[in-house]
Design a protein around this ligand. Structure first.
Ligand SMILES: Nc1ncnc2c1ncn2[C@@H]1O[C@H](COP(=O)(O)OP(=O)(O)O)[C@@H](O)[C@H]1O
Ligand SMILES: Cc1cn([C@H]2C[C@H](O)[C@@H](COP(=O)(O)OP(=O)(O)O)O2)c(=O)[nH]c1=O
Length: 214
């Protein structure tokens, strides 16, 4: 695959959405074709699963299976073809969110998630082979109390956004664990700054990794 796969992660309200469009424009300005997508979602089927995951109450295993089912469709229908064309794929959340939210936040078994990741992002045949995973993950790291203040009044909270701060402390711990397991992939951004400063750091991280030209 000749494309570039970048995911954007962080707790709700960390500032991902604010910077994804700017990242897309920066790559387009360098002549790259950008596929902008999100999870759960990115295909008609996965968007239907998204509605269930975000609105219906269910146990953590059901949630994990639904987000991975959505991811399977998204990887096959959108991400793999885009990378094969040479696109820059910018994805608003990917598997790290499952480890953070279903693993860290909801307490679902980390090892089971790792097995699902191998199956869903591999060949699906259980064979050892390269996984479809981001080249870079931009992690917007923000204290949950600050994120809660930003979100208050900004939009109607969905099932996750209405969780207490303690839930997001566990989600953040899940992200930290994922970073510790694969530190090279992560660009951890201090999101507790002005939007301009955060954007400067996002650009800096993508330049340092050799993906954006100065
Ligand atoms: N650096 C920042 N400082 C203050 N407020 C911010 C900052 N970045 C984003 N916001 C605001 O915080 C809210 C959540 O940002 P958003 O980008 O939607 O977060 P996410 O996509 O990570 O949930 C929005 O109202 C946005 O305008
Ligand atoms: C991708 C993914 C998202 N989520 C959650 C995290 C978010 O709260 C929600 C998706 O919301 P998000 O992408 O942040 O959308 P918006 O900014 O429009 O609210 O789904 C999971 O619980 N597991 C996952 O695997």
């Amino acid at each position: 695959m000749s494309g570039l796969f970048i995911s954007f992660e962080g707790i709700d309200g960390a500032g991902k959405s604010t910077h994804i469009d700017a990242t897309a424009k920066a790559f387009q300005a360098q002549g790259r074709v950008v596929t902008l997508t999100r999870e759960p979602g990115g295909t008609p089927l996965a968007e239907r699963l998204r509605q269930m995951v975000l609105n219906d109450s269910m146990d953590a295993m059901t949630e994990a299976l639904l987000v991975f089912a959505a991811r399977r469709d998204h990887v096959q229908q959108v991400i793999v073809p885009a990378l094969a064309r040479g696109d820059v794929v910018l994805c608003d959340r990917f598997s790290d969110a499952t480890f953070a939210y279903q693993g860290g936040g909801r307490g679902f078994d980390w090892q089971v998630l790792q097995v699902l990741e191998q199956w869903v992002q591999g060949s699906g045949l259980g064979e050892a082979q390269a996984l479809v995973k981001p080249d870079v993950t931009v992690w917007f790291d923000l204290p949950p109390a600050v994120a809660a203040t930003r979100l208050a009044g900004a939009r109607i909270p969905d099932k996750f956004e209405s969780q207490p701060i303690a839930f997001f402390e566990n989600v953040a711990a899940g992200y930290a664990r994922r970073q510790a397991e694969d530190p090279q992939r992560f660009a951890r951004i201090n999101a507790h700054q002005t939007p301009d400063a955060v954007w400067r750091d996002v650009q800096g991280a993508l330049r340092q990794a050799g993906h954006l030209r100065a």
